[in-house]
Structures are given as C-alpha cells and as structure tokens.
Design a protein around this ligand. Sequence first.
Ligand code: ADP
Ligand code: ZN
Ligand code: ZN
Length: 816
Amino acid sequence: MSESFCNVALQVPLRTTFSYGVPEELRAQVQAGSRVLVPFRKKAMIGVVTEIDVAPPAETKIRDITKVVDLVPALTPKLLELGQWISTYYLAPIGEVFRAMLPPITELSLRREIVITEAGSTLVADLKKGAALTDMLLGEVEFLQKLVQKKGPMQFGSDAKIGIEPQALQRLQRRGYIEVRETVRGRKRKTQQVVAWKVGSAKPGEPLGEKEERVRALLATERGPLPIPQLVKLANVSRAIIERMRRDGLLDGWEEPVDPAEDPFDSGYSPPAHSLNAEQERAFNSIRARFELGEFGVQLLHGVTGSGKTEVYLRCVQDTLARGKTAIVLVPEIALTLWIGRQCRAWFGARFEGVAVLHSALSDVERAREWWRVRNGQARVVVGTRSAVFAPLENVGLIIVDEEQESSYKQEETPRYHGRDVAVVRAKFENAVALLGSATPSLETYHNAVNGRYELLTMAGRVENRSMASVEVVDLRVDFQQTHQTSPISRSLHDGIGECLTFQTQALVLINRRGYSWSVLCRSCGASVQCANCSISMTHHKNRNRLECHYCGSVQSIPTVCPKCESKYVYFFGEGSEHLEERLRKEFPGARIARLDRDTARTKQQYQETLGAFAGGALDILVGTQMLAKGHDFQRVTMVGVISADSSLSLPDFRAAERTFQLLTQVAGRAGRGDLPGRVLIQTFYPEHYAIQDAVRQDYLAFYEREVHFRRMMAYPPFTSLANVIVRNANLENAIRWSRRLSEYFSPHDGKGLRILGPASAPLARLKKEHRYQFLLKSPKRSVLTKILAGAMAFCEANEIPETAILVDMDPLSLL
Ligand code: ADP
Ligand code: ZN
Ligand code: ZN
C-alpha cells in the first residue's frame, strides 16, 4: 500500500499539526493551503493542509482525509508562510491562526448522525440467536435493531422518528454500541447574476444606443458591477436589452451568492478630483521611486491632520495597479472602510476589476463572497480592517496602513497579532512596499524612521494652506475656583459652543467614557459597587436604569443603599457621555444634539445615520467617545471640546502619555478642516503635563523626543521587547499554584539577556470570574523572548497546566 500522508492544522488549542492519510482519489486535489474535512476524535473538522507528501508517521492508526473543501487552495503559499510566522512569533496555535486568516465557511453546515458499531451489530445478532437480555431496556434494543435494518447512519433532525430518549442514547453510546458523529454537509446557495462592463468592448465609431449608453455609464463609471435586477431598475431598461448586450460581448456576467446585507457601495458617490499639492507630490514621488526599486521597503508618511494623506494613498494604489500588482489598504475602523472603500471604488472599481471590502461587520456570506472574489482574482484592491492584512491577493505590491498607531490593529484574542506589524512582515514576504501613514505615529514606528530602518516622508502643512486649529487648555482648577460649579462643561467651553450656535457652525465634544456615571460610591464607608465577576467598578446607565460592567457585560440593579454597610448615602460620580449629553441639552435648549458611542451606535446603520446627519448639517452638536476622534472629514466644525484629558493619563500603563497625546492631536485635527478656522479646548487638571502641552502646540517631534527619553530610561519599547504572560483561572488556588510553577521555570532565566517581573497580581486582578496573575518579560532582543516563551509553553504542557490558563501577549498594547 503506497499511501501518501499530509499534515493538517486544526482549529484546536494545540500547538501541533496532525497527520492524515490522503486517499488515492483525493491525491490530485490535496495541496498545501487546501481546506480539508477530516475526522478528529469523534467529530468531523475542517483543517488546513500545511504540508503534503510528508514521511509516514510513526503512529499506526492514521485516519484519512474525508473530503477536500476548496477547489483552489484557500491559502496561497505566501499566506501559509505568513501563518507559520504568526504562529511562532505570537505563540499561537497554528490552527487558530489559520482560522483568523480564512473566510467563514458559509457553504457548509454541520449535521449529526448516529451509526451502529461492531459491538452493537454483534449484540443484535446474538439477541436474534436467542441470547438473554442483560440490563438493556426494550426501547434500546429496538433502536439498535432499527439501526441494523437501516444499513446506514441515522440523521438527527431529519430522521424525525428516531424514537429514543436522549438518556438512552447516551447509555448506548457509553457502552460502545453506537457512535454519534458530526459531519459537514454542503448547503445550497442562492445565487444571482451580476454583470459588469467589459473593458474595451465598445468599438469606436459605433455609437451605443441611448439605453446601452445608460447601462455603460452605470457599470463603467458610476457604480461598477451590479446584479441584473438592480441594473434593470437603475438604468430603466428591460432585461432583454441586458441579455442582448451580454451576447454582443459588451458585458461580462457571473454568478454570485445573494446576500441580504446591504451593498456597502450602494450610494451614488463621486469623489472630488484634486491635483496634488507640492508636499503631496513630493511624498508620492518618493513612494514611486521606492516601487521602481521593486524590493521590500517600509515608508512612514508622517502628515499632519488634513494634509491630504488619503489622496496620496489613492495615487499610490493607482500606480501599483498600473504596474500590474495588487494593493491592500488597512484602516483602523469599519466606518473608514466604507469611506475609503467608496473612494477606491470610484477610482478603480470600473477600470480594474474592482475593489473588495473586508471587515468584521459583514455577514458571513458577504465576507466569504468578498474573500473569494479576491482569491479568484476578481478584485485587485482590498480595503479593510485588521484581518484584511490576510487578504488572499497574489502579487501584492503595496500594503498601506492608515493611522498606523491605532490600537484597533492589535487583536486582543488568540492569535494576538498586530495588524501593522504583520503588514510589514507580509510586505517582506511579498517583496512589496509597506506604507504606514499617521499624523501621530507610534513611538515604535517613528523610532524606526529615525534610525533609518523606515524611510520618513513628511507632510507638514494642511491642504490649501489651511491653518491648524488653535488649541487652548482650560485649567479645571481655575475654572472651579471662579465658578464653583461642578458641571463637566467649563465656562470657556460653554461660551465656545454658544458661539458655534450663533454662527451656525458645528461643535464636537469628546468624552472618554460612556454611560451616565462611571462610579457608584458609598459616602459612609467608601465602598464602590464592583462587578461580581471583575475587579472593576460598575458604570451607571441612566436610560437603561441599571449598572453595567464594561468588561464582562454583567448588569445589576441600581442600589438604593450601600451593599456593604447599608447606609443610604450612595452617590454617583464621574461623568460619562450620557450625562454629558443630558447636560448639554440643559445648557443649550433648542440646539440639535446627538450622541455617538457604543450605546447609541449599536449597528453600522445607526452609526452612519448619526455621522451622516452631522456631516449633512442636521445637527449642531455631536457628543461622543473616541469614535469621534478618528479620520472623519467634517467641513463645518469650528469647535472641539475635550471634557477630560486626564482620565487617559492616569491609567497604569507606560503608553498613557502617548495615547493621550495621540488622542488630543487627532481630535484637534477634526476642527477647521473646511474653510472655517477651528478652535480646540482641552479641559484638564494637569495642564503642565508634557503630553498635553505638546498636543496644544501640535508638536509631534517635541513629544517624541521627550517620550523616547522616558522609554529609554525605563527600558520600555521601542528599546526593549515586552511580553505579557497572564496565568488565569476561576479557582484562585489554581491560579496561584500554576503561576508559582511557571515561576520555577522562568526564575533561572532571569538576568540572562532578559528581565522577568512577577508573578504579581495583574492590574485587572479579576476578569470575567477569573483570577489573574502576571509575568512581564523584557529583553532588548526579541528572539530571546520568543525562545523562552516557547520553552514556557512546553513546560506548561509537561506540567499539566492547561493551555487555556496561560495567556501570552507578545508586544502587548495593554498591560491590564
Ligand atoms: P488627512 O487624512 O491627512 O487628515 P485627508 O486625506 O482626509 O487628510 O484630506 C483632507 C481634505 O483635503 C479632504 O477633504 C480632501 O479631499 C482634501 N484634499 C486632499 N488633497 C487635496 C489637494 N491637493 N487640494 C485640495 N484639497 C485636497
Ligand atoms: Zn457603605
Ligand atoms: Zn465584569
């Protein structure tokens, strides 16, 4: 028997791959990168083939692959390589890495079936021969007989007359008479015909009819490919005309799954065309020069807010496509994928087979469809959030990471990768250019630019010589002494907003917490109301009339007496966005006010509606959380208020100053983007802090110099690599015991090229009912950390510390 074998990565929390046999008839289809269906324990699972033609494994009981899921291997060789890199670098199980890289499997559904085992068949045969019934129930025997007669598996659900109690079924299973298996079955997909204008199909000198011209305009310039029913409606032509145009070779057509979700491009948008100004031109030329080299390189486009970075990105994508290569544009949040996606669509949609948008708010079908369009080469530009860095494009020439400093690029669950860093690594594997853009680059990135590892491109001025907004500090201590008011809105901010209303411009007010009050305290004993599952205070939500934990989502009713001492003096403090909105309504009756935070914008649609209303001038004041700070280009905002710049400064995190500076600079960038000058007011109790002072001057370099000095002194990134290891368990004793065990492994390594701090109680000592202990590993050499962590994982396995109890975060963004 000349069996062949392959290795398969499965989505289980294990760090190994598994060997399977490849049956003769599947041999041609199984390739590295293919998704396959395999038996695993008692289940059917989908895995990814990592290697083919491997040596026969030592174990004897090797099972076979059941089915090959993809006709084309889902993962390209380069993506396989990238997945392996992520698995090693971030210490994540390979199967979980591939899961993060791959589209949801929508065309498959799970089914459970029951089969009789050999023991079962033997028993039925023996009974027939007159053997005595031991401790079996009659119903169980009848069920086994039915299974024998059926000569095949019995389906759960569809075989309605299964006729046996679940307990009896379990008993039969325990005794080994039956087996319950899960299988994956194909599901029929609803599809629709989509048509596109065939490039270069109309012959010159042969003018199109009026109707054909309408179809051409829609498909080629205004909208891009459309489903036929939609096209019929929009162009107001009959189906017959479209069919004829197809036969005449004017249109291309294909099948796509129907998706109920909205078309993200469904709006008649046409972007303004600008010619680049001198700074944009210079930046663009440097990037083009880099392309000319045709080799890997990283560039940092450091452009102040409003310097027109998007325009530069679009030119670069255009240039990439013109060179026959493909491009990925990563943006930090979903709303921006829609915005940038729309611009890309308008630029490239018609001319170059299209743009795909990938983000987590798409339905599974929509995501799978976009993914496969990319994999099949139908889209050559991908715009998306973090995971779009895995877009299955081939021949990648350019990867853009917009707002590269954003923490949303970091995935805070396994695999805990950083989208920006993976973008750089992918660019390296693909021999492509990575272009990182920001007004406030992360310390790590800017440091790389200063050292010459990245090429620095600067755009120091806003487009059309617009001035930067003027930023002022409101010292809340002084404000209080003057007014003796405890309103979150200082007198200056109140007056500033009042001016906007008078001159009919708009104001943005930023607050960093949602909810009504973020703490509930007892005046009598000082206790605060904590979450039952986490060591964190509950937030009061007035509209919903309850307390909520923002970490685990648990809720409590609002206490009327202190839960600890039963005194009646319970009070609420710390204003959140809900409170601020209420306050603004009181102070500015008649103003049109809306709030944007995770509570009011639960869906993509709500979010867009509010932003749209504000951009369209239907609102005067928009209150909200960080969501407001990023990227949006509002033309009539003349006033931006920041309620408390301090709350982010006081977090126990070495990045607190950096975050505060970035947030303040970003939010200041929202003011004065149109023809009207902007004003920014930052309220604070610590006006002297350098993060605030430098943000006021919008002086990135000054901030960088100061911060980098602090990081060097304290041996923090970018001068040291960090890894955060959390040992967690719902049982406190386990958490303590395992962290002590792990400490035995770590201790001997301390001081040998790395520093190991801990175990200590984590800042969030309890989260979602789990107790948490923390180790912090620091080393100037990243490879040292990777090596010791790999050793630690092996140690845990050998010492029966469960995989799920250990959380490893390489290059952590948050140390909580
Ligand atoms: P950034 O991302 O750098 O903050 P944007 O890319 O959002 O800036 O551009 C800000 C505004 O300037 C946008 O409305 C854009 O259309 C406009 N813009 C870009 N380039 C030019 C240009 N060369 N001339 C005039 N306006 C421009
Ligand atoms: Zn009390
Ligand atoms: Zn909680």
